[in-house]
Design a protein around this ligand. Structure first.
Ligand code: SIN
Length: 479
C-alpha cells in the first residue's frame, strides 16, 4: 500500500491543516486494531473550509466548462492509476472485501468521468416570447458552495458522486467524510491536488463528531446546498437545521428494499440476484435487500437454493481474496444485526442458515424463514448480512407488502411475464426498481429515493441538476 497517499489532517484552501491538538483514531474493523490517528478539525476547520470554498467560487465558476472538465478527467485518471492502493486503504479502514473495494474505486471514478462530460452540456433555453418586443432566455448557473456529508460504507464513491457534478457545474465544495473512514478521503483529496484543482475549490474537513461540523454547514448562509448520504434520522436533523438558511438539500437516506420472487421467476437467477444485492458490502448498503417476498408455490424451492448458496459465502478479513463477507463496521453494528435475529426468533422465525456473530467483528450470513409483519425487519433497515423470507399468494398482496414501509429507495422483483413486470414496476413506491436484476447502481442512472428515503437524484443526466440554479432573463424593448 502506498502510504504517501494518506494524510492525517484536513485539507483547506490547498493546504493540509489542523487546529489545536485534538485527534481521533481510525480502526481496522477486521481486528479492531488502530491503523491511524488523525487530527480532529471540528467546527473551526469547517468554518475555514466554508470560507475558502466561498472565496474560490467566483474564479472557479467563471472558468469554462472545458477547463473544469480537463481537471476532473485528470483526477479520474489518477484515481484509476492508483486504484490498487486506494482499494487497499479502503479495505483496511472499512473492511470491504478487496475485490469489492477495487470495484468501488472504479465505480467512484466513473462519476468523475461522467460529470466531466456532463458539465460541458449544461444547456440553457430560449423560450418563445409572449410579446413581440421581449426575448426570454434561461441561463443555468452553479448554485454556489456545496457541502457533501458522506458515509463509511462507500467511502470513495459517495464523495465522487456528490462532488464531481458540483465541481463540473462550477460549484466549490467542502467534504465531511465519516469518522470511520477518513483515510481514503484524504487519499483522493491528495490526488485532486495533483490533478490541479485550484486552492479552495475542493476542501476536506475531518472530525470525530459529525454534529458540530454538520451544524456549521446547515447554518451557514455561504453554503448554498448540502448533499448527504446516511440515515433518515440524521437527514431529518440536517433538514431542520437548514431551515434558517433555507438551504437546498439532496438526501439519500435509509431503505427497506423488498425483493419479490413471483411464481414464474427464473429461480436460479433470482437467487443470484438476491445474493448480489443482499450481501454486497456484507449487507451494509442502503440498496441491500431487506425483505425477500416469495410466492407460496415456490417458497420451499427458492429458500433451499438460497440457503445452499448463502452457506457457501466465506466470512473473514477483506484482504483474503476468497472472502465474500467482510467485517461489520463496528461492535454496535453487530449487536444491532443480532437484535434483528433475536427479535425474529422470539416472534416465531426460524434460522435457516447462519444466525450468529463470529467473535467481535463478523456476523454469519443469515437467512430467517417464516418472517412476519410483527418482526422488526419488516419496518426497519437491517444494514447487516441477515435476510428474512416472507410468503405471499397474489400480485396484489406482494405489492401491498412491498409498499408497506416508510422507505422508498430500491426495490427488486423477478418474473418472466412482461405485463406483470410493467404493472408491478409502476405500482412499487420506490425511486429505483430492479426487474430481474439485483445490481442497479451505475453512474448513468438516477440514484435516489422517495418517502423517507430522501429527495434528489445522484448520477445520470439528472444528477447535475441539483447543483444548478435557473436564471430567467427577460430582454425588453427589442424594436
Ligand atoms: C449506499 O449504500 O449509500 C450507496 C450504494 C450504491 O451506490 O450502490
Amino acid at each position: 500500500m502506498n502510504k504517501n497517499l494518506i494524510f492525517d489532517k484536513s485539507y483547506v484552501d490547498g493546504l493540509w491543516v489542523s487546529e489545536g491538538d485534538l485527534y481521533f483514531d481510525v480502526f481496522n474493523p477486521s481486528n479492531n486494531k488502530k491503523i491511524a490517528r488523525v487530527f480532529d478539525g471540528g467546527s473551526k476547520i469547517a468554518k475555514k473550509a466554508v470560507d475558502a470554498a466561498n472565496n474560490a467560487f467566483s474564479s472557479w465558476s467563471n472558468k469554462t466548462a472545458k477547463f473544469r472538465s480537463e481537471i476532473l478527467e485528470k483526477w479520474c485518471e489518477l484515481i484509476i492509476e492508483n486504484s490498487d492502493d486506494l482499494a487497499e486503504i479502503m479495505t483496511l479502514e472499512c473492511g470491504k472485501p478487496i475485490k469489492e473495494s477495487k470495484g468501488e474505486v472504479l465505480y467512484g471514478a466513473s462519476f468523475i468521468k461522467w460529470f466531466a462530460e456532463e458539465g460541458k452540456r449544461i444547456y440553457g433555453d430560449i423560450i418563445p416570447s409572449n410579446s413581440v418586443d421581449k426575448r426570454i432566455v434561461v441561463l443555468k448557473q452553479p448554485i454556489g458552495v456545496v457541502a457533501a456529508i458522506t458515509p463509511w460504507n462507500f467511502p470513495l464513491a459517495m464523495i465522487t458522486r456528490k462532488v464531481a457534478p458540483a465541481l463540473a457545474a462550477g460549484c466549490t465544495v467542502v467534504i465531511r467524510p465519516s469518522e470511520e473512514t477518513p483515510l481514503v478521503a484524504t487519499a483522493i483529496l491528495h490526488l485532486a491536488e495533483v490533478a490541479g484543482f485550484p486552492p479552495g475549490v475542493i476542501n476536506l474537513v475531518l472530525g470525530k463528531d459529525p454534529s458540530p461540523i454538520g451544524k456549521v454547514f446547515c447554518e451557514s448562509n455561504l453554503v448554498k446546498k448540502i448533499s448527504f448520504t446516511g440515515s433518515t434520522e440524521v437527514g431529518k436533523i440536517l433538514f431542520s437545521q437548514s431551515a434558517s438558511s433555507l438551504k437546498k438539500l439532496s438526501l439519500e437516506l435509509g431503505g427497506n428494499a423488498p425483493f419479490i420472487v413471483f411464481e414464474d421467476a427464473d429461480i436460479d437467477k433470482a437467487v443470484e440476484g438476491a445474493i448480489n444485492s443482499k450481501f454486497r458490502n456484507s449487507g451494509q448498503t442502503c440498496v441491500c435487500v431487506n425483505r425477500i417476498l416469495i410466492h407460496d408455490d415456490i417458497y420451499n424451492q427458492f429458500s433451499l437454493k438460497l440457503c445452499n448458496e448463502v452457506s457457501k459465502l466465506k466470512v473473514g478479513d477483506g484482504f483474503d481474496k476468497d472472502v465474500k463477507i467482510g467485517p461489520m463496521i463496528n461492535k454496535k453494528a453487530i449487536s444491532k444485526t443480532n437484535s434483528f435475529v433475536e427479535d425474529s426468533i422470539k416472534k416465531g422465525g426460524e434460522i435457516l442458515t447462519g444466525g450468529n456473530p463470529i467473535g467481535d467483528c463478523f456476523f454469519e450470513p443469515t437467512v430467517i424463514g417464516g418472517a412476519s409483519n410483527e418482526m422488526k425487519f419488516s419496518k426497519e433497515e437491517i444494514f447487516g448480512p441477515v435476510v428474512p423470507l416472507y410468503k405471499f399468494s397474489s400480485d396484489e398482496e406482494a405489492v401491498k407488502m412491498a409498499n408497506d414501509t416508510i422507505y422508498g429507495l430500491a426495490s427488486y422483483f423477478y418474473s418472466k411475464n412482461i405485463s406483470r413486470c410493467w404493472k408491478v414496476a409502476e405500482e412499487l413506491e420506490y425511486g429505483m426498481v430492479g426487474i430481474n436484476e439485483g445490481l442497479i447502481s451505475s453512474e448513468v442512472a438516477p440514484f435516489g429515493g422517495v418517502k423517507f428515503s430522501g429527495q434528489g437524484r445522484e448520477g445520470s443526466k439528472y444528477g447535475i441538476e441539483d447543483y444548478i440554479e435557473i436564471k430567467y432573463m427577460c430582454f425588453g424593448n427589442i424594436k
